[in-house]
Design a protein around this ligand. Structure first.
Ligand code: FAD
Ligand code: NAP
Length: 349
């Protein structure tokens, strides 16, 4: 049975540094320990909160839950063909280290997702994405334990319901599974995605046919280090809002009023994806502060908690931003990280 620690302060385990306390905390390093932790929560009728790197969480108040910190480790090659490899990583592997491991092995497809904080196990939950690549494009399957039955279940790509920063684990199957490992299908020959302007500019000096996946990873890493606040210095949870999708007609109307509004056609939905950072910036919030919360001075999509106070102030600021953006542009912003506690956040085993 893993050690159960009561009244556990989570300040160091969430990148917003919100100093909330959980009813109890346990760190698990194997599937057996995951099952035992679930059994313990069941006995005490406690909700379970699976925790990875804590980089996509807003902990707004103390939690009446057992926090189960996924620390399962290991990476293995499970199969290969002439052109592809199938690689399985345990949930507690650090995402960026896993990306670097694969690059060193000559397994490609993850390079644009370099330096995203957090764990392998959380990556499918919001179908992590950056610089034109989403997890879904390299995903093969995952193995999870169902909280209610404690049985192991395999999810294929189709059964994960991946969409833009979304999956079934954020919707229909929210709070019902603990992901234990993820299998990726990667390429032996690079197929580079260089469409994002910031990335293309960074690599402009190298002829396109000579660019390597390692150079793409290094470029993404450098851009991110320059542009995004490091949570260790300035606590944050990355982009606080998803980029909203709007019908083409609404985009055209917005363009009439705001000729420099930033939007990209989304082929999957037939809509236009608006850059939420632009909307927030133009609404006058870049660099704004309210109580202990702030909007980052270089990237308006990132809300910060410089004073390491309760994340509830960050939420208050987020609500003010949403209301103003809705009033100005008629566009609803959706918070991207998971907020706790929330009315429906109980994950009763
Ligand atoms: P956590 O924050 O620990 O958990 C997030 C949610 O997943 C919680 O609801 C938790 O209960 C659940 N969960 C975690 N692990 C498991 C598991 N094994 N089984 C079941 N449920 C689980 N995201 C992007 O998509 N693209 C980016 O480019 C990006 N950049 C970021 C930059 C910064 C500076 C920061 C702070 C965040 C960024 N994010 C980005 C968000 C975040 O890094 C990702 O969502 C990441 O996948 C979260 O991983 P985590 O392990 O920290 O999850
Ligand atoms: P950016 O390059 O300044 O671009 C601004 C926005 O425009 C981004 O949100 C991006 O959408 C969109 N965009 C840019 N070029 C595009 C293209 N060619 N096609 C379609 N959409 C395009 O963005 P940034 O803030 O510096 O972030 C860079 C990348 O890292 C983005 O992919 C972003 O999602 C990711 N990121 C995510 C988080 C997070 O917490 N979720 C945090 C930091 C960075 P998309 O966001 O849909 O890509």
């Amino acid at each position: 049975m893993p050690l159960i620690l009561p009244e556990f302060n989570l300040a160091r385990l969430n990148t917003l540094a919100s100093p909330v306390t959980a009813w109890a905390y346990t760190s698990v390093a194997s599937r057996e320990e995951v099952a035992e932790a679930i059994g313990y929560a069941k006995e005490y009728k406690l909700p379970v909160l699976p925790l990875g790197g804590g980089s996509n969480l807003v902990l707004a108040a103390n939690l009446n839950a057992l926090v189960v910190h996924l620390n399962l480790r290991g990476i293995e090659l499970v199969d290969e063909s002439d052109s592809e490899v199938w690689v399985r990583a345990q949930a507690g592997e650090n995402w960026h280290e896993f990306v670097q491991y694969c690059l060193n092995m000559g397994w490609y497809g993850l390079e644009n997702l370099s330096l995203i904080p957090g764990s392998v196990g959380a990556a499918p939950i919001q179908n992590i994405g950056a610089y034109g690549v989403e997890l879904e494009s390299v995903f093969a399957e995952l193995s999870a334990i169902e909280l209610s039955s404690q049985l192991a279940v395999t999810f294929t790509r189709d059964s994960c319901g991946f969409a833009y920063r979304d999956s079934v684990f954020k919707n229909r199957l929210k709070d019902q599974y603990i992901i234990c490992d993820v299998t990726f299908k990667l390429q032996k020959t690079p197929q580079l995605v260089l469409g994002y302007p910031a990335l293309a500019e960074r690599l402009a000096d190298i002829p396109e046919t000579e660019i390597t996946p390692q150079q793409v990873s290094a470029a993404v890493t450098a851009i991110r280090r320059e542009k995004l606040p490091d949570p260790a210095q300035t606590p944050n949870a990355g982009s606080f809002f998803k980029n909203p999708m709007v019908p083409q007609a609404q985009f055209a109307a917005l363009q009439q009023q705001y000729p420099d509004i930033v939007g990209y056609p989304d082929s999957a939905s037939g809509q236009v994806k608006l850059a939420a950072g632009w909307l927030i910036d133009r609404a006058g919030f870049k660099g704004a502060t309210r109580k202990s919360a702030a909007v980052h001075k270089d990237q308006a999509l990132v809300l910060t908690n410089p004073g390491k106070q309760s994340a509830r102030y960050v939420l208050e600021l987020a609500r003010e931003i949403s209301a103003t953006v809705n009033e100005l542009y008629g566009v609803a912003l959706e918070i991207e990280p998971r907020v706790y506690p929330s009315d429906d956040s109980a994950a009763a085993p």
